[in-house]
Design a protein around this ligand. Structure first.
Ligand code: SF4
Length: 327
């Protein structure tokens, strides 16, 4: 009898998500600090992490950026950049009071949520803001209308929400949440407040939605899903949760290739790979190289959406760059 041929082992592969990494708001914020350093010279102060990624922060520090927690740590008259996550109006007031020269790198899609909060507060609505307590973006948005905003972190919080008039309630959200969990929270809110109004357009931004959708497309085929991103990056953490919910056997958040534990790869044929909106591509390439060196050398890109959106630099910086170009 001829011997049965042993079937070849399935090829180890990496499915790399498109889109991944930098969104338009992060790209603009990082460029803002880089251009400010070139134009004004070091030091340039930055309030909070410009974007939630340690590698980016350290790279900018090496070029002369100084990161501070609050504007009172910035010397009077110095330049300070506000991060992509946005700030409450009182931060602008404090900075003006100390004579700081501010450049506001708040993502325009966060600014849109601030505008919605102001508008609904002016119309005397109670605003249910879905988001994570203490996250810089939530602190900034809440600061626009503290008397009107009630924070809700998820469906479990909905029963506790108190409003003045159930007919004048609107929900808004942080830009970097899980789309599916937010819809569950909204459904629970609608049960309690049938006349609940929705924001005029999605608050969860295009980049968050696209990155989660790309993860969902790959996760069912992946025994291991790696998301490159920092633990304080909301959108990166949500991508790990989405990967698990969509069927990845394991999913982990890693800052870089150095965080990968070899035991995660036991019995794994397909690795899913993506990165949060604040992660530079170099870190993803290092992970792909690390995997290739250990046998996962078949790298296949899986495209969910091609992104083309870009944002202009903050107007105060554009104005100074334009004036300098005329001299
Ligand atoms: Fe803007 Fe979305 Fe990027 Fe946040 S994740 S900076 S809201 S584009």
């Amino acid at each position: 009898m001829p011997e049965a041929a042993t079937p070849p082992a399935p090829a180890k592969r990496v499915l790399l998500a498109i889109p991944r990494g930098y969104c338009a708001g992060v790209d603009r914020a990082v460029q803002t600090v880089e251009r400010a350093l070139e134009h004004y010279g070091a030091p340039v102060y930055v309030r909070k992490q410009i974007v939630h990624n340690l590698y980016v922060v350290r790279s900018l520090e090496a070029r002369g950026a100084i990161f501070v927690d609050e504007t009172d740590e910035v010397p009077e008259g110095a330049i300070v950049v506000f991060s992509a996550h946005g700030v409450a109006p009182e931060v602008h007031t404090e900075a003006a009071g100390r004579g700081l020269r501010t450049i506001d790198a708040t993502c325009p899609l966060v600014t849109k949520v601030h505008q919605e909060a102001r508008r609904f507060a002016a119309e005397d609505y109670d605003i249910v803001l879905i988001g994570h307590e203490g996250h810089e973006e939530v602190v900034g948005t809440t600061g626009e209308a503290p008397e009107h905003i009630k924070l809700v972190d998820g469906p479990a919080d909905v029963a506790e929400v108190e409003v003045r008039d159930p007919e004048r309630v609107v929900w808004l959200s942080q830009t970097t949440l899980s789309v599916d969990e937010t819809m569950e929270t909204v459904a629970a809110l609608q049960q309690r407040f049938p006349l609940l109004q929705s924001p005029p357009s999605d608050d969860i931004c295009y980049a968050t939605q696209n990155r989660q959708a790309a993860v969902k497309a790959i996760a069912p085929q992946a025994e291991l899903f790696l998301v490159v991103g920092s633990a304080n990056s909301s959108n990166s953490v949500r991508m790990v949760e989405v990967a698990r919910a969509a069927g990845a056997r394991q999913a982990h958040l890693i800052d870089s290739a150095a965080d990968i534990r070899p035991e995660w790869l036991a019995g794994v044929t397909t690795v899913g790979l993506s990165s949060g909106a604040s992660v530079p591509e170099v870190l993803v390439r290092e992970v792909a190289d690390w995997l290739a060196a250990r046998g996962w050398s078949d790298l296949q890109e899986v495209t969910h959406t091609e992104e083309r959106l870009t944002f202009a630099l903050p107007q105060e910086l554009r104005r100074d760059l334009k004036l300098a170009a005329k001299r």
